[in-house]
Structure formats: C-alpha cells, structure tokens
Design a protein around this ligand. Structure first.
Ligand code: ADP
Length: 267
C-alpha cells in the first residue's frame, strides 16, 4: 500500500484562504517548473493549499502520504503478475511525470532513503525519472510539478531533510494562521458562527505558546475545526474542548490539568 490518492480536476475549487503571498509564489514556481517545499506543523493548511493550487492551475493532483516503509518502487511502479503475464504498473510519481500532474509527497522525510535518490534527477534542470526496472529514462512532462512537505518541528534529528535535497526546492513556510485568518477559516469549515469560534482560537493561541515547555506540538487548525464542529453539532463547549483540543495533545495527567486551568482562564 503506497497511501496515494489521485484527484483529477475537482469540480469545485477547494476552499483555501491565503495567509500571505503563497499562492502567487507557488504559481510562479510552477510556471518556471521549480519544485516546491512546504514547511510547517501538521494541520495548518498545507494539503488544502496544494489541492487549491492544483485546481487553480488545472492540473491533476497525485498525493502520497509518506511513511517509514515507503520505498522508491512504491512511487515509481512495479512489475505485477496479471492473468499469468507480468505487466508494468506505474506508481503515482511516474504517472504524474508522464501525465503532467502535481505530485505531492506529504511528510517526505518519513519515507525511506532511496526515495530522495529518485527525487534528485527530477528536481534539477534535467527533470528526468530513471526507471531502472524497465530501463526507461522518462523526461518529465512540462506540466509535471513536484511538491513536498515536511514538519521541521518534530524533535528528530535523524528525520530532517539533507541540505543536498532541500536546496533543490523553492520553500514556503506555513505557520499557524493569525486569529483574523483562523477565525473565518474555522467558522467556514465547522459551521460555528465567528463570535463563538473566536474564544476557541484565543485558547489555541495560548496552547501554542506552550509548545516546547509542556507540549511537543501546538494545537493545529485542524483540531480547532474539530472542536468547533463538535460544538456546532450540539456538544457542550467544555466537553468538545477536552475531546478535540486537550486529549489529542498530551497523555500526561499533570499537563492535562494545567491545560484545563488555561481553558477556565479563557472562557
Ligand atoms: P496539513 O496538510 O498542513 O497537515 P491540512 O491542509 O490538512 O493541514 O489542514 C487541516 C484543515 O485545516 C483543512 O482540512 C482545512 O479545513 C483547514 N485549513 C487550514 N488552513 C486553511 C486555510 N488557510 N484555508 C482553508 N482551510 C484551511
């Protein structure tokens, strides 16, 4: 299982609210065929951004959620036995290279090392994908675009991108949105009115300020949306906050108690 999925020209534009000039920078990079790296914590809008940009540029999107077992052949393809015959089946990266799609490698540092080797000839001006197993050397379609994301926040020294890899990308940094951006996003995604979302976003800001002390990661926009959705569905605010904004962050009883005090201070 390579964890990939394909979106061919979604009918409706995915909703994405820009935080800065990221849409213009992405479009300019795509026009010059430059690979793009999205850096930032989980749940802050990177995947949604790529979906919106793929739609804007009118290109299919092949998304691969990378994991520690993902190998180069999961991306490139493999020989498979079908009805007694051995046939070659392209992986998502090869399809994107052939068809002129965007290939989005989510959390690329999680993948096995042989994946980065494959990316190098694709991310310099050669733009080729050598397929050892078929002897093919694929020249990328002009519309092929490689996009990768990673979370520099994880405290794992072994899992950072090597300079030789990262210096092949135009990089965009994503952070948690400012409240004036996050409130309308959460309201729209959850259906909870903005005036009721505002205190949740204020709480999220306080939880994020605790990153590095008691919490490894700040609360994501995704979790704030979950919380607001539970409230919009009728759940009591306190229960929703506990389920969506406290329990997912920590298992430590003392830290949880501290977070609950913070909630009381905000509400
Ligand atoms: P990431 O890929 O960074 O882990 P996602 O793109 O999956 O995060 O974002 C999580 C959710 O947050 C999205 O499903 C979307 O509902 C919401 N979201 C975050 N930022 C934005 C934004 N700027 N515009 C619209 N939705 C956003």
């Amino acid at each position: 299982m390579d964890g990939s999925h394909i979106t061919e020209g979604a009918a409706n534009a995915p909703f994405y609210r820009p935080q800065g000039a990221e849409c213009e920078i992405f479009a300019a990079a795509a026009a010059r065929r430059l690979p793009v790296l999205l850096k930032g914590p989980t749940g802050c809008g990177k995947t949604r951004f790529v979906a919106a940009m793929a739609h804007q540029l009118g290109r299919p999107l092949f998304t691969v959620a990378c994991h520690d077992d993902l190998s180069a052949s999961d991306l490139i393809g493999r020989w498979l036995l079908k009805g007694g015959e051995t046939v070659w089946v392209d992986g998502p990266l090869t399809r994107a290279v052939r068809e002129g799609a965007i290939c989005y490698l989510d959390e690329v540092v999680e993948a096995r090392k042989d994946v980065t080797v494959v990316l190098h000839p694709l991310t310099d001006d050669r733009r080729i994908l050598p397929i050892d197993r078929t002897g093919e050397e694929l020249e990328a379609h002009p519309d092929f675009l490689l996009v990768a994301s990673y979370n520099p926040g994880y405290q794992n020294i072994l899992k950072t991108l090597k300079p030789s890899t990262r210096q092949r990308f135009v990089a965009l940094e994503f952070g948690f949105p400012r409240p004036e951006h996050e409130i309308p996003v959460v309201a729209r995604e959850s259906g909870l009115p903005e005036d009721r979302v505002a205190p949740l976003v204020r709480l999220a800001g306080k939880l994020r300020a605790m990153k590095g002390q008691d919490l490894e990661e700040g609360v994501s926009t995704r979790l704030v949306i979950y919380c607001a959705s539970l409230i919009a569905g009728g759940m009591a605010t306190e229960a929703a906050i506990r389920a969506a904004m406290i329990e997912p962050l920590t298992d430590d009883p003392d830290v949880k108690a501290g977070l609950r005090d913070l909630v009381t201070a905000v509400f």
